[in-house]
Design a protein around this ligand. Structure first.
Ligand SMILES: Nc1nc2c(ncn2[C@@H]2O[C@H](COP(=O)(O)OP(=O)(O)O)[C@@H](O)[C@H]2O)c(=O)[nH]1
Ligand SMILES: [Mg+2]
Length: 237
């Protein structure tokens, strides 16, 4: 069975982290998990220290301050290179993504280079978002697709699976975006390199516990990035 690493970034996810790890470990694929924690102050770190000491499939990287989702994933990808995982996955800690969907991701990765868990392939499959947030996300995705020309309906999705080798083909250290911008930029770069993707439907359920860490700054960064990719991306890969 190919080895898969599920990267879970955390910043203050004490109510969610133990459960998301347990649900992921219980899957038949026998995934390893890497949690990249950014100096959580709510007890997340202590739970991780205990769980990783008890189970060799749970790995941790503790960073000294909140350095953002983008670099958390880049650190995780490099960990996957170093430890020879064939597949690597991005998944949120807050249970908005159902770990069970990873099984379908693995099947899709047999035929494709990367797979995007998508809220917008079968209409809209988001639960418990206020209409304002849903509209923002939906139209931001339409806009990003239109301007960048990348035919992925959920470009901002953070539930993604990759064949690890394709991530070695992009210069990760040049990616400076965070949050939604990071999600758009990495998909854009892989698509422009000609890697084959599949977009598969997922149901996204808004977190029940803890708080969203996304900010207006991250949304604006994604907004400008889309133009940068759309205009300058024509000339470069
Ligand atoms: N390591 C790390 N994780 C983060 C950071 N910001 C957010 N996260 C994690 O990224 C995931 C998605 O964040 P969330 O706030 O739920 O974003 P939303 O779903 O778009 O509202 C969660 O697992 C967060 O704990 C960060 O700066 N560093
Ligand atoms: Mg969330």
């Amino acid at each position: 069975m190919p080895k898969g690493l599920v990267i879970i970034p955390t910043y203050n996810e004490v109510e969610n982290i133990a459960q998301v790890i347990k649900l992921t470990l219980d899957l038949p694929e026998q995934f390893d998990i890497l949690v990249v924690d950014d100096n959580s102050t709510d007890g997340t770190r202590e739970i991780l220290e205990q769980m990783s000491a008890e189970n060799p499939r749970i790995h941790t990287i503790f960073r000294s301050k909140k350095l953002g989702l983008g670099t958390a994933y880049i650190v995780g990808f490099k960990y996957a290179f170093k430890h020879n995982f064939q597949y690597v996955f991005e998944m949120d800690a807050d249970l908005s993504h159902d770990p069970k969907d990873l099984t379908r991701f693995v099947s899709a990765l047999k035929e494709h280079d990367f797979v995007v868990g998508s809220r917008y392939v079968k209409g809209v499959s988001v639960i418990n978002w206020p209409m304002s947030r849903l509209l923002l996300s939906y139209f931001a995705n339409l806009y990003a697709r239109f301007v960048t020309g990348v035919p992925i309906k959920d470009l901002t999705s953070g539930f993604v699976g990759y064949r690890t080798e394709i991530l070695k083909k992009i210069d990760l250290d040049r990616i400076k975006t965070d949050g939604y911008g990071f999600q758009i930029e990495i998909k854009y770069k892989l698509y422009r390199q000609g890697f084959r993707f599949s977009e598969i439907p997922i149901i996204f359920i808004e977190r029940r516990s803890g708080h969203s860490k996304m900010s207006k700054g991250i949304i604006w960064q994604a907004f400008w990035l889309v133009w940068k990719l759309g205009i300058f991306g024509i000339f470069s890969k």
